[in-house]
Write a protein that binds this ligand. Structure first.
Ligand SMILES: NC(=O)c1ccc[n+]([C@@H]2O[C@H](COP(=O)([O-])OP(=O)(O)OC[C@H]3O[C@@H](n4cnc5c(N)ncnc54)[C@H](O)[C@@H]3O)[C@@H](O)[C@H]2O)c1
Length: 278
């Protein structure tokens, strides 16, 4: 047994579970990375509030995670549209009351749309900003409200490699994620020193419904080119990852005390897809 594990178990008085006692809000818990994260957190003994606009799928994820739980972990689903300020603050208040406090926010919910850069309309832009950018800011602010009472907290936001590398036919999505990176780095500095709240950002590349939706938007020729390109661009495995296998363990680490000194970082979980060469 590693030494750090012994120290952790002695401090918490528990064996095996990495998130026992943690109270966590997950947004986007009904699908993809969010659904994998809810299941992993419950499996590691956490108390979880899962927020999403897709009620049926969200409830199903929570039911399955609770049925598989062996270490006291438990999840509850709450409907919440993260683009609606009042709904965000009131749902967070209800969720925090149900959890008995808050230790971690895993803010995963997001949307994607594809079209040539010259064709994006104001409606497209407002849709993208309101969910990907405003939704991130609102959820982080609502969590911070509680973290100030707790005297500490951790936030995990979701950006994208395309914020750094660009995305043909995804300009406004890429721009919204670029803004999430800037926001994350700013609050990582501001809230860590003021409120003892750390904040990091994940850039994932996972085969989820959002990925399938993107592939479905491509013509057969474009899809073939995209998949061939992925083979070349992902050094580890030649394709995107699996959210349960490749993303959920990282989400557990980022929510756990093992990552307590990691702050303001962009963590790519992408098999080496985008690397910045000197
Ligand atoms: N899958 C990838 O490879 C990839 C790559 C880069 C970034 N991301 C980001 O990771 C996050 C998760 O992506 P995913 O692939 O699991 O997507 P997904 O589409 O499978 O899941 C997104 C979830 O967000 C929810 N959601 C959408 N709008 C919402 C709203 N207004 N309020 C509340 N919930 C809302 C959806 O209902 C869905 O359950 C997103 O922020 C996405 O932009 C994913």
């Amino acid at each position: 047994m590693f030494r750090y594990r012994n120290a952790f178990e002695a401090e918490k008085g528990v064996k095996g579970m990495q998130l026992t006692g943690k109270r966590i809000i997950v947004t986007g818990g009904a699908s993809g990375i969010g659904a994998s994260t809810v299941s992993a957190y419950v499996g590691e003994g956490a108390q979880v509030a899962s927020l999403d606009v897709t009620d049926e799928a969200g409830l199903k994820v929570v039911e399955q995670a609770n049925a598989a739980s062996q270490g006291g972990g438990q999840a509850t689903f709450y409907h919440c549209d993260i683009a609606q300020p009042e709904e965000v603050f009131s749902t967070f208040e209800t969720a925090v009351a149900g959890l008995g406090g808050l230790d971690v926010l895993a803010h995963i919910a997001g949307v994607d749309r594809s079209k040539p850069a010259e064709d994006w309309t104001l409606e497209d832009m407002n849709f993208m900003w309101s969910i990907n950018l405003n939704g991130t800011i609102l959820c982080d602010q609502a969590a911070c409200r509680q973290f100030r009472k707790e005297g500490k907290g951790a936030i995990i936001n979701f950006a994208s490699d395309v914020a750094l590398a660009g995305m043909p036919n995804g300009a406004i999505y890429a721009a919204s994620k670029g803004a999430v990176l800037s926001w994350t780095r700013t609050i990582a500095a501001e809230w860590a020193s003021k409120y003892n709240v750390r904040c990091n950002c994940v850039n994932p590349t996972m085969k989820t419904p959002m990925y399938e939706q993107y592939k479905a938007s491509l013509s057969p020729e474009a899809l073939e080119a995209f998949l061939a390109n992925e083979k070349q661009r992902v050094p580890l495995g030649g394709e995107m990852g699996d959210a349960d296998r490749d993303m959920a363990p990282v989400m557990v680490f980022l929510a756990s005390d093992a990552s307590r000194f990691i702050n303001g970082q962009i963590l790519p979980v992408n098999g080496g897809r985008v690397m910045l060469h000197g």
